[in-house]
Ligand binder design. Structure first.
Ligand code: SAM
Length: 301
């Protein structure tokens, strides 16, 4: 039993149900101190399942399992860090995207559910054919790897300016058993992509936040996602300019350039696409915000 004047902690000998209860209190108190009032039930469960290396079904089957001293201390520490604002994905070192697990590191963005719209857009355009895909700014590799998991005849090249991110993308390709169809290359937009490379689809979720807005972002993003994955320069368009203007030589006739955009960037990125000779199409996310622009490269007559 904990004394009222002691800081909250999961104790050795506590069972899993008590541990969940205590962790949730620690997290909620930490967040409340930062004026964040969130339902932490799911976060608490994910942290406990991850640390104990058990499934939800195993948790339900063994709620009276008693904790060792080491596990109690580790669970307390995880709860304290979550309460201090560290996202669950950072604490467990992985995130789910397209219902698949992806390793993370300090060099990678946590994949966002909104970006699944890029995957949907690509899948609906490439059918079951042997498609060649290029992903610029691949991070964890979540976009091309999700597509390869659905299209066994497709292959992809993921490029990034961060060597650390590429190492994570390769690890993820192995984890998802598609490494034989996925390669990576260090590249500032297209400068490292082989000039002979021709792709049916170019994907990108580039950094697109306006530089001077980054300090105002939610701390869970600002303090834990790498700045190079967020910062789009003074108008947010630094990467879109070369990404769109230099895409055509890397795209096969009839190919698609599919990019994620910020909610207020549809007209500026659309203008870049028109200038580069693409026919743009805008897709909205579930919240109704502009989210993805697709540039179609026309076939010669
Ligand atoms: C918003 S993150 C997207 C990561 C991943 N594609 C996703 O959707 O979760 C942008 C990525 O672009 C990379 N990046 C930033 N500047 C780049 C550049 N000039 N050339 C290539 N990649 C760049 C970052 O390292 C980061 O991995």
């Amino acid at each position: 039993m904990q004394q009222a004047d002691q800081p909250l902690a999961v104790l050795p000998g506590d069972n899993l149900t008590v541990a969940l209860y205590t962790m949730r209190l620690i997290i909620e108190r930490g967040l409340k101190a930062r004026e964040l009032f969130l339902d932490c039930g799911l976060d608490t469960r994910l942290l406990l399942l991850h640390h104990m290396q058990i499934s939800h079904a195993e948790l339900i089957a063994a709620p009276t399992h008693q904790l060792s001293e080491g596990d109690a201390a580790a669970l307390t520490e995880l709860a304290i860090r979550r309460g201090a604002g560290v996202p669950v994905a950072r604490l467990v070192g992985e995130a789910e995207f397209w219902s698949l697990p992806f390793h993370l590191s300090d060099d990678t963005l946590v994949p966002r559910p909104d970006s699944e719209l890029i995957v949907e857009a690509a899948l609906s355009r490439i059918g079951g054919e042997a498609t060649r895909i290029l992903d610029v700014g691949t991070g964890t590799g979540c976009l091309p790897l999700a597509i390869l998991s659905e299209r066994p005849r497709s292959a992809a090249l993921g490029v990034d300016i961060s060597q650390g991110a590429l190492a994570v993308a390769e690890r993820n390709a192995h984890r998802l058993d598609v490494a034989d169809r996925f390669s990576t290359c260090l590249s500032d937009v297209y400068d490292g992509v082989p000039k002979t490379g021709v792709f049916d689809v170019i994907l990108s979720n580039p950094p697109y936040i306006v530089s001077n807005v980054i300090d105002d972002l939610d701390t869970e993003v600002r303090d834990h996602d790498p700045r190079v994955a967020l910062d789009g320069g003074t108008d947010g368009l630094d990467i879109y300019r070369p990404l769109v203007a230099e895409a055509a030589p890397f795209l096969a006739p009839g190919g698609y350039l599919i990019v994620e955009i910020g909610y207020d960037q549809s007209s500026s990125v659309r203008a870049l696409m028109l200038e580069a000779g693409f026919e743009p199409e805008l897709l909205h996310d579930l919240a109704g915000h502009p989210r993805v622009l697709i540039g179609h490269k026309s076939e010669p007559n």
